[in-house]
Design a protein around this ligand. Structure first.
Ligand code: PMP
Length: 360
């Protein structure tokens, strides 16, 4: 049985090379006589794995020395609580709500302090990114929060908001490593690994050192304190060791591909194939403002629920998996993360053309 083209929004396609290498090392990792899954997280072999993963990520993203890289657990959703618990010194934070994940983060922050929605695109079902050049940022805000790439709706901030000097906190779960970023523009970035990086179960937090303090909200669980993870080099407790090992392999793969500049070019090329087709198609159409289109998640519709269902069914039979849109919005969505080969996108567009001819 061959591999199919997997357009899942996450957990998502991983580079085949990485999977093959992991398979080869499954029973005996580099002469240790055991799998990484069976290995103590305090062993020399694992220490090297986690240190090298961090080193490669730092190199790829050009992460300055005054930022810590943490490997934690609990999914990106746990960061929705960890962020306010660690950062809300004044108990005030401003949220820009551009989709369901940002909204969930906002609602979580409301449990801990005064969270304000200072901009939102809810009025047009999150199909665009609001102008964030001059927002009413609260004077005493501890941070301004965004979800940089909206996995469900397929929009992406092309310009970061003007936070008027407040630290920017960004959920970058579905855009991390897709293109170069200037880490110094962020106070905190976090990402669930299961889209562009590796298996579910690992979350990466990149945080400026001055934001890591003992002064967390009363009742903050030890496991949610950034300082605990920073002071213990992500080894306070047993980390998601096997997942980190796969993340490390993906970092090496991205480096081998040429790094984030090359990833960006490749992702732009892939996305263009799909968006150009959507723009000229008589059957399919994209659902978001052109200038805010994501390179990673491409939602589209036919305009008919029956045709959408027929398309998803026939696409699946033809080897294109997971094209169904998020359960809350319907339609279709092709997630084309770093590991989706350009041939996968070309084949999908060919299939869409054929479907269009047969169903117009
Ligand atoms: N943020 C974004 C942007 C997402 O796409 C998702 C969904 N994977 C989440 C947060 C929630 O992630 P998790 O399931 O890891 O909690």
């Amino acid at each position: 049985m061959g591999r199919i083209y997997n357009f899942s929004a996450g957990p998502a396609v991983l580079p085949e090379e990485v999977l093959k290498e992991a398979a080869e090392e499954m029973l005996d990792y580099k002469g240790t006589g055991m799998s990484v899954m069976e290995m103590s997280h305090r062993s020399k072999a694992f220490e090297e794995i986690i240190q090298e993963a961090e080193k490669d990520l730092r190199e790829l993203m050009n992460i300055p020395d005054n930022y810590k890289v943490l490997f934690v657990q609990g999914g990106a959703s746990q960061q929705f609580a960890a962020v306010p618990m660690n950062l809300m010194k004044n108990k005030v934070a401003d949220y820009i709500v551009t989709g369901q994940w940002a909204k969930k983060a906002y609602l979580e922050a409301c449990l801990y302090g005064k969270a304000n929605i200072i901009a939102s695109s809810a009025d047009k079902t999150f199909s665009y990114i609001p102008d964030c050049s001059d927002l009413p940022v609260s004077e005493d805000a501890d941070y301004v929060y965004i979800c940089e790439n909206n996995t469900i709706y397929g929009t992406k901030f092309k310009t970061l908001p003007n936070t008027k000097g407040k630290p920017l906190v960004a959920d970058v779960s579905s855009c991390i490593l897709s293109e170069p970023v200037d880490v110094t523009k962020y106070g905190v970035m976090f990402a669930g690994a299961q889209k562009n990086i590796g298996p579910a179960g690992v979350v990466i937090v990149i945080i400026r050192e001055d934001l890591i303090t003992e002064d967390t909200l009363p009742g903050t669980p030890t496991m949610l304190k950034y300082k605990i993870h920073a002071d213990n080099n992500s080894l306070y407790n047993t980390p998601p060791a096997y997942g980190i090992y796969i993340c490390g392999k993906v970092f090496k793969w991205v480096k081998k591909m040429g790094g984030l500049e090359v990833m960006k070019k490749r992702n732009e090329e892939k996305a263009k194939i799909l968006y150009d087709f959507l723009d000229e198609s008589k059957l399919f159409k994209g659902t978001v403002a052109k200038e805010d289109r994501s390179l990673m998640n491409v939602p589209f519709i036919t305009g008919s629920d029956e045709l959408d269902a027929k398309f998803i069914k026939e696409a699946k039979a033809a080897g294109f998996e997971n094209l169904k849109g998020h359960r809350t919005v319907g339609g279709m969505r092709a997630s084309i993360y770093n590991a989706m080969p350009i041939d996968g996108v070309k084949a999908l567009v060919e299939f869409m053309k054929k479907f269009e001819d047969e169903n117009l």
